[in-house]
Ligand binder design. Structure first.
Ligand SMILES: *Cc1c(COP(=O)(O)O)cnc(C)c1O
Length: 385
């Protein structure tokens, strides 16, 4: 992309970055390249730098260009899943004896990857409340971690961390600061601009946006680190396939409008729940009552579509989750359709009984882009069930 086009606004970048019409035919939508191998004009004479599908593919390049543009980063790498992206980053950076300081409220699979896979290779893990910078400072002073890893808003309790503050603490200690931006998406929050070193995505969620493709990505500015991760991506091979990359690209083109509607519906649902006598607590950074509201308002341009709530008991939470009808009971989040998840037994079952466990009273909603009135009516009938 030229310097001038990179100055364009977010929605324009999401639609156009990496999406120039096909040079050979003028096709406005660039074709999906399925070929696993590329003709060479004489030995080593590559036409576009492509030689084999694991090392590079034009459809994946188009997605990576689009991802870098929307996060405001110099480099993006696209993977077969969010966890594959995390694994590539962790294996590139960590060596036996290194430690990761992880938010106490992160995706259960991230905790599992570090504790149960990388743990066997000598990687240490400590957990802290990242939204409490004094607690982070104390943990870092006790022992300097190689990586500080945060989700903000966090999953599923929607805690908000000051990314600029965290980056300063991490950099003072010589740590790499990683932000999982899956919940906010770059439509609402761009962590690199606040000093984060690497942004992680499960593109399976809002970026793909239609619950029909699994994928992950890393976005960063550091040329040397990007090259090292690129080598691991090539050497290990968890790349995104061409059709997956293309579906993700198509999803990203509508990200700006979808996130506006997710945020509008999220606020409607959170406000309704907050005023409901059967609801003990609502977790949504868009509410004035949320402890991270002011910080979120500074750091984000919208509050997104994830709303969690606590009912009076685990039993009431399960009954509510199973009584919703328009919200589908399912894992995952970020699609156009509304979903409900019971973290303790579903997405966060792997952290049950650990420091990262989720209270049994909590239900997480991924609020879709349906009519808000229909969503509220469904919630009301389920709360009465
Ligand atoms: C889903 C998710 C992941 C893992 O991504 P996969 O695509 O399922 O591998 C990581 N972080 C967050 C916040 C997620 O929601």
């Amino acid at each position: 992309m030229s310097a001038r086009s990179s100055a364009r606004g977010f929605a324009s970048l999401a639609v156009h970055a990496g999406q120039d019409p096909d040079a050979a035919t003028g096709a406005v939508i660039p074709p999906v390249h399925f070929s696993t191998t590329y003709a060479q004009d004489g030995i080593g004479g590559l036409r576009g730098g492509y030689e084999y599908g694991r090392s590079g593919n034009p459809t994946r390049t188009a997605l990576q260009t689009q991802l870098a543009a929307i996060e405001g980063g110099a480099h993006a790498l696209s993977f077969a899943s969010g966890l594959a992206a995390e694994d590539a980053l962790l294996r590139t950076v960590l060596r036996p004896g290194d430690e990761v300081l992880l938010g106490n409220d992160v995706y259960g699979g991230t905790f599992r990857l570090i504790s149960r896979v990388l743990g066997d290779w000598g990687v240490g893990l400590r957990v802290v409340d990242m939204s409490d910078l004094d607690a982070v400072r104390a943990a870092v002073a006790e022992r300097a971690p190689r990586i500080l890893w945060v989700e903000t808003p966090s999953n599923p309790l929607l805690r908000i961390t000051d990314i600029a503050g965290l980056a300063a603490v991490g950099h003072d200690a010589g740590a790499l600061v990683v932000v999982d931006n899956t919940f906010a998406t770059p439509a609402l929050q761009r962590p690199l601009a606040f000093g984060a070193d690497v942004v992680v995505h499960s593109t399976t969620k809002y970026l793909g946006g239609h619950s029909d493709v699994v994928g992950g990505a890393l976005v960063l500015n550091d040329d040397a680190l990007a090259e090292k991760i690129g080598f691991v991506q090539f050497a290990v091979g968890a790349v995104s396939g061409p059709l997956d990359a293309w579906l993700t690209t198509r999803g990203i083109k509508t990200l700006a409008v979808r996130m506006r509607q997710h945020s509008e519906n999220g606020l409607a649902v959170a406000s309704f729940l907050q005023n409901h006598e059967r609801v003990a607590r609502v977790y949504y950074p868009g509410l004035d009552s949320h402890p991270g509201h002011e910080l979120a308002a500074r750091q984000m341009s919208g509050f997104g579509g994830i709303v969690s709530l606590a009912l009076e008991s685990g039993e009431a939470a399960r009954r509510f989750a199973e009584s919703l009808q328009l919200f589908t009971l399912a894992e995952s989040l970020g699609g156009v359709e509304s979903l409900v998840n019971y973290p303790d037994a579903m997405t966060h079952a792997s952290v049950r009984g650990t420091e990262a466990a989720v209270p049994v009273e909590v239900v997480r909603l991924s609020v879709g882009i349906e009519d808000a009135a229909d969503l509220l009516a469904d919630i009301e009938q389920a709360l009465q069930a």
